[in-house]
Design a protein around this ligand. Structure first.
Ligand code: RB5
Length: 142
């Protein structure tokens, strides 16, 4: 189950992500926002991050205008490793190295086509389970 969250700036891109998830039978829970009306990204970043941190959802995808505000928000929640990615290499690497459990993107930074490729890379890449990466992730948690 994928937790989704966005603000007004990320709403349209979230709809494109939802289309991709539905076409690929990937379950999701959408924590809002549900329109392009101006709103505050910390509300939706926190809701989606809490769902991942509690185990209700396995991973999360959060979107705002830049991806920055919503990723900063999510990373305040214990257990969340939200990676702001605007390229496919980073999306793959953050799964392999950081075991990132949330992907953040900026809808005003990249187009839908690239965003979907980033989502595919993020959801399709497993954590390496490499000892040195586990050690570093544990250091983050500490
Ligand atoms: C909203 O205008 C914008 O500030 C927000 O989407 C995001 O870019 C914040 O980091």
């Amino acid at each position: 189950m994928i937790a989704l969250g966005c603000d007004h700036g990320g709403y349209k891109l979230k709809k494109a992500v939802i289309k991709y998830l539905e076409e690929n039978n990937i379950e999701y829970k959408d924590f809002g926002t549900y329109s392009e009306e101006s709103c505050d990204y910390p509300i939706y970043g926190k809701l989606a991050a809490n769902a991942v941190a509690s185990g209700e959802c396995d991973k999360g995808i959060i979107i705002c205008g830049t991806g920055i505000g919503i990723s900063i928000t999510a990373n305040k929640i214990k257990g969340i490793r939200a990676a702001l990615c605007h390229d496919v290499f980073s999306a793959k690497a953050t799964r392999e190295h950081n075991n990132a459990n949330m992907l953040a993107m900026g809808a005003r930074v990249i187009g839908e086509g690239l965003a979907i490729e980033i989502v595919k890379a993020f959801l399709g890449t497993e954590f390496s389970n490499d000892e040195r990466h586990i050690r570093r992730i544990n250091m983050i948690e500490d």
